[in-house]
Design a protein around this ligand. Sequence first.
Ligand SMILES: *Cc1c(COP(=O)(O)O)cnc(C)c1O
Length: 478
Amino acid sequence: MTTMQPEQIFQRLAQLFAAYQQEQTKGDYVVYLDPGELQKRLDLEQESLPGDWQELFHWVETYLHYAVKTAHPGYLNRMWAGANLPSIIGEMTAALTNTSACTYETAPVSTLMEKYLIQSMLDLVGFQHGVGQMTTGSSNANMIAMLAARNRYSHCVKQQGLFGRKELFAFVNEEAHYSLDRAANILGLGSEHLIKVPADEHGRMDTQILAAELERVSEAGGKPFFVTATAGTTVRGGYDRLEPLLALRESYNFWLHVDGAWGGPVVFSPKLRAQYLPLLEQADSFTLDFHKMSGTALMCNVLLMQGNSSELRQALSAGDESYIFREGEDGSVRDLGTLSLQCGRRVDSLKWFLDWKFYGREGLARRVEQYLELCAYAEAQILQHEQLEMAVPRESFNICFRFRAPAGMDAAKLNTAIRERMQRQGRYLVGTGFVRGELALRLLVTNTQVGRPEIDAFLAAVVRSGQEILTARDTAFQ
Ligand SMILES: *Cc1c(COP(=O)(O)O)cnc(C)c1O
C-alpha cells in the first residue's frame, strides 16, 4: 500500500493537472467509447485497497483519460467550453477550504466578494436600487424571478398557495429556454398558464401577438404577472426587443424578467449592449450565466432585481431559520443564505472574482466582441460554400446551418449522421437544434482556443464527413 504525505499529494496533483492542461487542446477531443465499452474499461466495481494513494491517483488519471476535453477547439457543442484559468484556481481554492457561502461566519470573504459582485453587476446593468444573488444557474434564476413575481402579484400566496384565487399567467417566447416550463411546473402555475408567444422571422417574440394574448387573458379574468424576454435564445440566438415589452408593461403591470443566460454578456461591451440590449436598465430582473460566454468555471450565475432585499427575502425565506442566520447590526443582510433557496451554498464568488480582476470588464467585452466577429466570419464562409447553407440567417452568436442534402434525401438524417461521425472520430462535437421544425447543426463559439483557422477546419470537416457519407451510400447502392 502506498501512503503519501499531504505535501507529496499536492505535488503529484499539480503535475497531473499541468500535464492535462497541456494536452487538453491537442489530439482528439475525446477517447470516444460506447457506454458498454467504457463501463468495461473503467471496471468501477473492482476491489480497492483502502487508504492507497497510488490507486487513488490511478482513478484520477483514468477519469482524465476518458474525460471530454471541453477546452479543445473541436468542442463546439455547448454554450460553455473549457474554463478560464483564474476561475479554475478559484474553484480549487473553494474546494480546498470547503465551506458554505450561506453565512458570514462560515464564509466571510466569499460573502463580501458576492456582495461586491452583485453591486458591480447592478451598477453595470443600471439597476439603481437593486438586490441580487448568485444562484446555481439561469434555470434556477428564472424560477426565482418567477417566484418573486408570483408572490408580488398574488397576495398571501406564500401562506395559502395558489388555491381558489385569480389565475396567474406568464408569457415567454416560444423559443425560450425549457427552464421556464419547469418553473411553471414547480411553482404550481401549470404549463397551461405559461403562454408561448410565437416568434417572428428574427426569432423574437411577436409583440403584437403578445399584446393580443395579454388582452385575452385579462378579459377572461386572469392576471398576466410575468413576461420573460430572452436575451439570446438558446438555439437561434434571437434577442427579444425590450422597448415594446416595456410599453406593454405600462398597460398590464407585469414583471419583466430578462433571461440573459446565454446572450447577457453583451452588457460588458457598451457597443454590443446598445445593439442587443437597449433599455435593459428598465427591466425588473435580469440573469446572466458567467459560466457560458464569459468562461468562468461551471456553475456561476447571478440574478439581479430592482428593489430592496425585503421583497426577495419575503418571497424566498420560509420556516424557522433562527438556528443559522443572523442580521447585520443595522438590520441589513449579513448572511446571503437568507436570500437563497438553498441552505448549503457552494462558494461561486471567488472564481468570478478572480476572472473579474484578471480580465476586467474591458477584457470580457473584447472577448464577447471577438466571438461575435468569429460568428460573422463563420456565417460568411458557410454562405460562400456551395455544399453548406444557413438554416436561418444569423441573429447574434448562434450559427444554425446544414450540409445540403441531395434531392430526395432527408437532410435531418444526413446532418445527424455527420454529427455522429465527427463525434465518434473524436474530432468534433457540435450541437444540433430544431429551427422552424427542421434540424440544423448549431455552431457556438465560446472557446478562446477557436479562431478563424479552427472554424475553417471545422467547416471543412463537416463537408468532408458529408461527402464520405454520400459516397458510402452511393457505393452501397451500386
Ligand atoms: C443555458 C440557458 C439557460 C439555463 O441555464 P443554466 O445555467 O444551465 O441553468 C436558461 N436560459 C437560456 C436562454 C439558456 O441559454
